[in-house]
Design a protein around this ligand. Structure first.
Ligand code: ATP
Ligand code: MG
Length: 338
């Protein structure tokens, strides 16, 4: 069956200007953090796509760009084959109901001065989907659906009166009440007590399946990605370094950075014996030349230092931005690294 795309990013870039003193500016020109630096990817209708990478790799920025919560420095976004890159005003507002974001911190993302029932029903009213009575009726149904029962006990409470897990359930209900066709869930369980994480992921997944919502699930943890997604992208310093089916990437990773990520997670079933990466993640204001991963890569050569690797097509939708992707894959197939 041919997959139909819901959203596509083409060469997306986001450069944030860095605050500098007058002297710094005349010395060094304008400095930018290249948070997202030319990322292209497609997400299909109803699929869950995981976006994985270390802190600072640009995952949240990428999510916000795709939802038009940030304007890109360059590149295009197509939603349902419509170019939404420059959509503004009323047309953008109308588009928003199909695209939602679930944030990492439900305390920061919910209005502290609003009652729970209003938080959940507000999007329906804002997008003129129904009147206030009907919106509150649906929100009550949502409260029951997310396990805040009896709903009367929760409807008139404020976010601070609930637990972190309950707050995140509310953030999910608020996003899903609009029946969106695409959501970005940004580390939605990383601030939640470990014992509650699975039940919240299940709640999200049940909504998603029922509504056939496509999701970009952002996480720094491949083991969480492997529970929830079939396909994934790996980001490093603003670049997509590997893309493909999760199963293929876990079995035969084709980028040294992915291998390092995989080998840091004991619960992942991979026959790869780990490689250790050197040093810290470099400064995104001044990324390394050539392949951005080269200073930390045990396989780096002179070519990696000078030449930026393109995403190489390895078949079956598997791509890697490593000059030596086929060799790395072969090493992975053999199951060990020297
Ligand atoms: N509004 C901003 N202004 C300036 N720099 C920013 C801004 N937002 C993000 N950045 C920088 O862009 C880079 C990517 O940030 P981003 O938050 O997208 O990373 P992330 O992968 O989501 O990280 P984390 O896992 O910590 O959430 C970082 O270097 C960050 O400091
Ligand atoms: Mg983030």
């Amino acid at each position: 069956m041919k997959m139909e795309e819901i959203i596509r990013a083409e060469g997306l870039k986001k450069y944030f200007p860095v605050e500098q003193s007058f002297l710094e500016r005349i010395r060094g020109g304008n400095l930018f953090v290249r948070a997202v630096d030319g990322v292209s990817l497609t997400i299909n209708k109803g699929e869950t796509f995981a976006l994985v990478g270390e802190s600072g790799s640009g995952k949240t920025t990428m999510g916000k760009l795709m939802l038009k919560l940030l304007d890109p420095t360059d590149g295009r976004i197509l939603f349902n084959n419509q170019d939404i890159t420059f959509l503004k005003g009323e047309r953008l507002r109308r588009m928003r109901k199909y695209m939602q974001m679930i944030y990492q911190d439900p305390y920061a993302s919910l209005n502290p001065r609003m009652k729970i029932i209003d938080i959940i029903s507000e999007p329906l009213i804002e997008h003129e989907i129904c009147d206030g009575d009907e919106a509150r009726r649906q929100a009550k149904g949502m409260l029951e659906r997310i396990g805040l029962i009896p709903s009367e006990n929760f409807a008139n409470k404020y976010p601070h009166q609930l637990s972190g897990g309950q707050r995140q359930r509310i953030a999910i209900a608020r996003a899903m009440i609009l029946k969106p066709s695409f959501v970005v869930a940004d580390e939605p369980v990383s601030m939640i007590d470990v014992s509650l994480r699975i039940s919240i992921l299940e709640l999200l997944e049940n909504f998603r399946k029922e509504l056939n919502t496509a999701m970009m699930f952002i996480t720094h943890d491949i083991s969480v990605a492997s529970i929830i997604a079939k396909r994934m992208g790996v980001m490093y310093l603003g670049k997509l370094v590997e893309l493909g089916l999760l199963e293929d990437i876990v079995n035969t990773p084709a980028h040294p950075y992915t291998i390092a990520l995989l080998s840091s997670i004991p619960s992942i079933k991979t026959k790869i014996k780990g490689i250790k990466i050197k040093g810290e993640i470099p400064d995104p204001k001044n990324p390394p030349s050539g392949c951005r991963f080269h200073p930390r890569c045990p396989f780096a050569t002179e070519k990696c230092r000078v030449e930026e690797p393109p995403l190489i097509d390895l078949g079956k939708g598997h791509f890697s931005a490593c000059h030596y992707a086929p060799e790395i894959m072969q090493k992975a197939r053999n199951g060990f690294f020297a």
